[in-house]
Design a protein around this ligand. Structure first.
Ligand code: DQA
Length: 147
């Protein structure tokens, strides 16, 4: 199975941006870790990052057309992008899995981070475990596909 691991705005700054919140490792480190975890789980993982809402919406359309599952860290779009929510809804409506992930636990942070417009159309959510949020998401996805 194919899995697109999609990352939203400012996540290209991983390692530089607020390391006390997001850690010291980079997006390139995440890409290699996620690719390795995918291989162990029998998943073909493709990791991408963009700061542009239109690009991430396009990637969600691509997932639907390609029959690919999605691990999605919508970053700040989580909290306000109805365009992203509508695109994410098409993935799960198509019978594909979509796991929302966050490095931090938004529920413990500023109140504007407490609400996710994406959560209601996701298969499930993993938050608060740093890079392990992605590992847990991939492993949950593989387990669900095995059932
Ligand atoms: C984030 C949490 C969001 O609130 C924030 O805007 C991000 C990253 C996370 O992975 O913890 O950019 O999605």
């Amino acid at each position: 199975p194919r899995v697109l691991v999609l990352n939203g705005p400012n996540l290209g700054r991983l390692g530089v941006r607020e390391p006390e919140v997001y850690g010291h490792a980079s997006m390139a480190d995440l890409e290699s870790a996620a690719t390795t975890w995918g291989k162990e789980l029998g998943l073909e993982v493709d990791v991408r990052q963009t700061d542009a809402e239109s690009e991430i919406v396009g990637w969600l359309h691509e997932a639907v057309d390609a029959g690919a599952h999605v691990v999605l860290n919508p970053a700040a779009f989580t909290h306000y992008s109805y365009a992203l929510r509508d695109a994410a809804a098409q993935v799960t409506t198509a019978g594909l899995l979509l796991v929302e992930v966050h490095l931090s636990n938004p529920a413990t942070r500023e109140s504007f981070r407490h609400y996710s417009v994406v959560a209601g159309v996701a298969t499930g959510t993993v938050a608060g475990f740093g890079f392990d949020s992605y590992r847990l998401a991939l492993s949950a996805l593989a387990a669900k596909l095995d059932r």
